[in-house]
Design a binder for this molecule. Structure first.
Ligand SMILES: Nc1ncnc2c1ncn2[C@@H]1O[C@H](COP(=O)(O)OP(=O)(O)OP(=O)(O)O)[C@@H](O)[C@H]1O
Length: 253
């Protein structure tokens, strides 16, 4: 029996007269990678930011690890990890110093080099955030979400703008974090990514959830309607060519 760690019931969010979230309900299970998918403006970030305690809701109930958002937002903050906007990293500090700063804020005693090792950034320990490549920045930003040893982390479009190797590398990292027991909520516009990475996905459209299931079941349900994709005539695609020619390994970037 899977344990519910986040429960959202009839959540609404009104921006003035515009209703961005229109009564969304869903549960996230402990230890899963849960994807929120949907077109631009569907209400994904609004929903996540409400759960993260960063935005007020208009109505509805949100419970995280048994804590009610209305009564115990500080308890929720303590058990979640949220990616900072890039502007949140002090420009004068190197990666080790940034981790030490966050660890101090969270009152945690952690080894910066061990954490950097987890995200394959030991050799950049003395570099500043702005000196990192896109993939490295994402990996560092994910590392910072782990500093307070959270039960749940939120990743908003973590692979946008990355090359195919860096995306795959980040998927491996995200799976490793999940396999250690952390629940992950992720938004993405890449359906191949959601299909490979997410245990379950919710599709959000105009402020409502229009589907929620495992990627496999959603595909089977579509096929059962008689849907058929035009036959693929080639055994590989351009991404296969790219990976084959440039290698699977992550670059020095
Ligand atoms: N602070 C705000 N004030 C007014 N309207 C807002 C505000 N924030 C978001 N909105 C509107 O609410 C809707 C949902 O926005 P939201 O950012 O949650 O969508 P999203 O699904 O995360 O989109 P994207 O995929 O583009 O990130 C959009 O129409 C957006 O313009």
């Amino acid at each position: 029996m899977q344990q519910v760690i986040i429960s959202v019931k009839e959540l609404t969010k009104q921006y003035g007269s515009f209703e961005a979230v229109k009564g969304i309900s869903f549960d996230v299970y402990e230890g899963e990678i849960f994807g929120l998918l949907g077109p631009n403006g569907a209400g994904k970030s609004t929903t996540l930011e409400i759960i993260e305690t960063l935005r007020t809701k208009t109505s509805g109930t949100v419970t995280v690890n048994g804590f009610n958002l209305d009564h115990a937002p500080n308890d929720i903050k303590k058990i979640i990890g949220v990616q900072l906007q890039t502007s949140g990293y002090y420009p004068g500090l190197n990666l080790v110093e940034l981790i030490q700063l966050f660890a101090g804020l969270y009152n945690r005693n952690i080894d910066p080099m061990e954490l950097l090792g987890r995200v394959n950034l030991r050799d950049k320990a003395k570099n500043k955030f702005k000196e990192l490549s896109g993939g490295q920045k994402q990996r560092f930003s994910i590392a910072t979400t782990l500093i307070n040893e959270p039960k749940i982390i939120f990743l908003d479009e973590p692979t946008t703008g990355l090359d195919p190797q860096a995306r795959r590398n980040l998927w491996d990292l995200i799976r490793e974090i999940r396999d250690k027991g952390t629940t992950i909520i992720i938004t993405t516009h890449y359906m191949d990514e959601a299909e490979k990475l997410c245990d379950r996905v919710a599709i959000v459209d105009s402020g409502r959830i229009i589907a929620l299931n495992t990627p496999d079941q959603l595909i089977d349900d579509l096929v059962a309607t008689g849907f058929e994709r035009p036959k693929e005539v080639k055994m590989a695609n351009l991404e296969d060519v790219f990976i084959h020619m440039t290698g699977k390994e992550l670059r020095g970037e």
